[in-house]
Structures are given as structure tokens and as C-alpha cells.
Design a protein around this ligand. Structure first.
Ligand SMILES: NC(=O)c1ccc[n+]([C@@H]2O[C@H](COP(=O)([O-])OP(=O)(O)OC[C@H]3O[C@@H](n4cnc5c(N)ncnc54)[C@H](O)[C@@H]3O)[C@@H](O)[C@H]2O)c1
Length: 356
């Protein structure tokens, strides 16, 4: 399978690395053959380790490949998806799908026509799979309240070094859509769709339309309540950092690691610690163990999508797919509408048939 890597910045580099490591250890029969970025030096830098061609245009990059791996900034996703789907290519697209809900819906209509996957990588995090299992089997009763705090330094600097995240036309908004779409998706995975959404947002760092502090409240038909707090601050020692707490009727669960855990579970009869495992093949990556583990958070979803494409062809479905991403976008949009209305409660009606 021949991959065109579209967008060669921070996350494009992570994916380039993951795809190369997977191919080198024989976990995928796929390789990056073309790269494209309007910043040609970035495209050339990522083409080199694969022996790939740094194309001069997105069309040239796609023409030589079977799968489009779209890692450009958010407003560039839609045109890239259009070009790839016009060629009948399978599409991996980074989150968020697009800056506005209307454009996200357009991306959804396009991507649904081809095998597709979206970069909501937390769907593959063993720690959240453990929480989802505990909720689903009801072993500790109902989840009464969920608290998810997500904070990171304002990502226009250091490791992220991007200016587009300060531009609402390119990013669609700030901490909520750009980063916490992951959190909204995890809450939806664990708890399903809420029927009430409330939110407040604030901007402290003078980028119009880019909120850097958010609280969002979600209320569910069974009485569960959830609160998301998402902040972009200036504490440079804190890159992406999450803490999840779930208060069940008969247990308290919490984690401060959004990939392997540990997940701490406290009940009246004692405490246990559930630790997730990275895929075994990560030990064969040509990387220090700590880097191999964090890279596998991106490598494993990529491996699953490429394996499905290899075995099922055009019938392959990635996970999470564009419908899962759209369902999270609709919740993000409801939260923005609530915040714009001063925290008014939005009655949320999921699209019937929206999938998990
Ligand atoms: N899933 C995750 O964990 C995760 C993490 C970080 C970023 N992201 C998402 O990935 C996307 C990129 O983020 P980033 O951190 O890599 O940003 P970045 O600024 O590091 O890189 C973006 C790149 O896109 C390129 N670009 C702009 N227009 C383009 C076009 N028309 N065609 C091809 N490339 C184009 C830019 O030149 C730049 O090199 C964003 O949508 C972001 O939300 C996802």
C-alpha cells in the first residue's frame, strides 16, 4: 500500500515516524511514497527517511498513492479530503475534521464514500478502554459523576510551535475544538450521548475567537453528570496533561495518564491498580522504550487501519471513523452554542443512528 503524507509539521512527523517503525518491524505492508507540504523543506525532510518523493502539489502527491494520510492544519483538511476522495483513495484524516460544523459535515459526506479513519487516538488508549469496560458492565453501579481536566501550555510554542492555532479561520476555535475534541470523544465513548450541554469559555491571551479556558457540563438521560475543564496556560513544564476521575455508586476511579494508565480503583473493600500494555511489537521499534511506548499510541491505530485496508480493501472501516468524529463535533458545537448564549442549557439531540 502506498501512502501520501499530506502535511509535514508536528503530527505529520509523528505519523511519518510511526509508519516507518511499523514497516521496519514488518507490522504493515505499506510505506510513505510521497509527501506534500506548502513548506517544501518540511515535505523534503519527511520524504527522506522513506526514500519518498516530496511532491510540488497535493495532486502530484495523491496521484502516486493509494491512501491519503492528512496531517495538515485543520482548515486544509477539507480540500485534501476532496482531492483524495475524488481519486477513490482511502483517507486517514487528523482531528478536528474542519473549523466549522458545516465543513465537518461536508468532510463526513466525502469520507463516508471511502474507507476512512480519524486521528482520535484516545479511542485506542488502554486506560480509557478499562474505564469504558467498567461503565459498560456496571460492576460498580452507575457512574454518578465524571470529571475530566485537560491542560497544556498554549500550543503556539515549544513542541507545537504553530501560529495557525491562534487563527480562528484555520483552527475553528481554541482549546475545546482543537484539543478537547479528544476529551469530548472519550466522554462520549464512556457515557454515550448527553441530552443536556452547558458551557462557558474565556480567552486570556488575546487571540480573537481562540478560547483558552473552558468548562463544559454534560448531563445524561440516566442521571450521570460530567464536567470537562480544558485550559491552555503558560506553564511550560505541562504539555498535554489529563486527569480523569469517575465516581461510581460503589467505586472511585482515577488516572493521570491518557494512554496506559495506571487506572486506580478504590472501593469499600480495597484498592486496585489497572495498568494497560503497549503493543508487544513496540519493543522492536528502534527507539528508547519510553519513546517506543508513546509512539505506539499513534502506531497502533495506523496499523489497524492499514491492516484492514490490506485484508478488506474498499470494505475496510477504520476506527474511529468519520461518523464517530462527527458525533464529537456536534457536541463541541453544542458547547460553543451554550457558551455564546452565556452558558444557556442546550437540549442535545444526537443524530439517530450515530455510531460509537
Ligand atoms: N491526534 C493528535 O493527537 C494530534 C496532535 C497534534 C495535532 N493534531 C492535528 O493535526 C493537524 C496538524 O497539527 P500540527 O500540530 O502538525 O500543526 P503544524 O503547524 O506542526 O503542521 C501543520 C502543517 O500543515 C501544513 N499545511 C498547511 N496547509 C497545507 C496544505 N494545503 N496541504 C498540506 N499541508 C499543509 C503546514 O505547512 C504545516 O507544515 C491539526 O488539525 C491538529 O489539530 C492532532
Amino acid at each position: 500500500m502506498r501512502i501520501a503524507l499530506i502535511g509535514c509539521g508536528h503530527i505529520g512527523t509523528v505519523h511519518s515516524f510511526a509508519l516507518k517503525q511499523l514497516a521496519d518491524v514488518g507490522e504493515i505492508d505499506a510505506r510513505v511514497v510521497t509527501t506534500y507540504d506548502p513548506d517544501a523543506s518540511r515535505a523534503e525532510k519527511l520524504a527522506a527517511p522513506h526514500g519518498a518523493i516530496a511532491a510540488d502539489s497535493i495532486e502530484d502527491a495523491l496521484d502516486g498513492a493509494d491512501v491519503a494520510w492528512i496531517c495538515s492544519w485543520t482548515s486544509a483538511h477539507l480540500p485534501a479530503v476532496e482531492a483524495a476522495v475524488a481519486r477513490g483513495m482511502a483517507v486517514f484524516c487528523e482531528k478536528p475534521l474542519a473549523p466549522t460544523l458545516a465543513e465537518c459535515e461536508r468532510v463526513g459526506r466525502l469520507m463516508r464514500a471511502v474507507p476512512n479513519q480519524v486521528g482520535l487516538v484516545l479511542r485506542h488508549a488502554p486506560v480509557f478502554a478499562n474505564v469504558a469496560d467498567i461503565v459498560a458492565d456496571g460492576r460498580y453501579g452507575l457512574p454518578m459523576a465524571v470529571m475530566l481536566r485537560d491542560d497544556q501550555y498554549f500550543p503556539n510554542q515549544a513542541m507545537y510551535g504553530s501560529t495557525w492555532r491562534c487563527d480562528v479561520a484555520k483552527a475553528g476555535g481554541g482549546a475545546l475544538i482543537e484539543h478537547s475534541i479528544h476529551d469530548v470523544d472519550v466522554l462520549r465513548w464512556i457515557l454515550g450521548d448527553p441530552d443536556r450541554v452547558t458551557a462557558r469559555t474565556a480567552s486570556h491571551f488575546s487571540h480573537p475567537g481562540i478560547e483558552d479556558a473552558v468548562t463544559a457540563g454534560f448531563a445524561y438521560p440516566d442521571g450521570t453528570v460530567a464536567t470537562l475543564v480544558s485550559v491552555w496556560h503558560q506553564v511550560m513544564t505541562r504539555p498535554s496533561t489529563r486527569r480523569l476521575e469517575v465516581l461510581f455508586e460503589e467505586a472511585f476511579c482515577w488516572t493521570e495518564d491518557d494512554y496506559l494508565g495506571p487506572l486506580h480503583v478504590e472501593t469499600s473493600s480495597g484498592s486496585e491498580v489497572l495498568l494497560g500494555e503497549a503493543p508487544a511489537y513496540a519493543a522492536r521499534f528502534d527507539l528508547p522504550e519510553i519513546l517506543a511506548k508513546s509512539l505506539s499510541a499513534y502506531a497502533e491505530p495506523a496499523r489497524l487501519f492499514l491492516s484492514a485496508l490490506a485484508t478488506e480493501g474498499t470494505d475496510a472501516r477504520g476506527h474511529p471513523d468519520v461518523d464517530v468524529a462527527l458525533a464529537a463535533h456536534r457536541l463541541v458545537d453544542a458547547a460553543y452554542r451554550s457558551a455564546a448564549a452565556g452558558g444557556e442549557t442546550i437540549v442535545f439531540q444526537p443524530i439517530p443512528g450515530a455510531v460509537d
